[in-house]
Write a protein that binds this ligand. Structure first.
Ligand code: CA
Ligand code: CA
Ligand code: CA
Ligand code: CA
Length: 189
């Protein structure tokens, strides 16, 4: 019985103990734990313990949110979150992970906000469903933008602070349109 229980404990720990939950919005606060910053035309509200996102697009683009990570993500394989959509053409979310390659804990950017010395890893979620869906994107499926070494470096080697920032960019499904979705349980797994 003892052996059975300890085996069971190990199994339970391995299922629940691995994820790094960045935000489940249970505290109702956007600027705390973690502190999200927002930019451009995005409208945010914590509603039923999830982040409700809306806003109007100018040329597809609405705006975004971001938070500083400075985390070693090397033991994780995927970016995950729950996305609540409102059917076809609910909008798109571009996930951006900033990988510090020149070891200065900063992302230097050009006028178009593209990194000049570091990697930017991106993946796009097209929300075309109604209701909640768990989205899981392996890091290996992220595309490399920016001007770093084009290698996924999630660790603290060479004075780097690993993956130092996460941003979510919200886009409309049409050139002139809007976005309407909720996100929750943003995590690395
Ligand atoms: Ca929640
Ligand atoms: Ca919070
Ligand atoms: Ca840098
Ligand atoms: Ca890199």
């Amino acid at each position: 019985m003892k052996l059975f229980l300890s085996v069971l404990t190990i199994i339970v720990l391995s299922v629940t103990g691995n994820a790094y939950m960045l935000d489940n919005f249970e505290d109702g606060l956007i600027k705390k734990d973690p502190a999200w910053f927002e930019f451009d035309g995005v409208k945010l509200e914590v509603c039923e313990n999830a982040l409700s996102v809306s806003g109007f697009a100018k040329n597809w683009y609405i705006g975004g949110i971001g938070t500083d990570l400075a985390k070693d993500l090397s033991r994780f394989k995927t970016f995950e979150m729950d996305v609540y959509g409102y059917g076809d053409a609910s909008g798109k979310i571009k996930v951006e992970l900033y990988d510090d390659d020149n070891g200065n804990d900063k992302i230097e950017t050009d006028k178009k906000w593209k990194p000049t010395n570091d990697d930017l890893w991106t993946s796009e979620i097209n929300i075309d469903w109604y209701g909640a869906k768990h989205v899981s994107i392996p890091f290996s499926e992220f595309k490399c933008e920016g001007k770093g070494n084009k290698i996924w470096d999630p660790n603290f080697e060479n004075n780097s602070k690993g993956i130092i920032k996460l941003q979510l960019i919200f886009l409309s499904s049409t050139k002139v349109g809007d976005i309407n979705c909720s996100i929750d349980n943003i995590q690395f797994n």
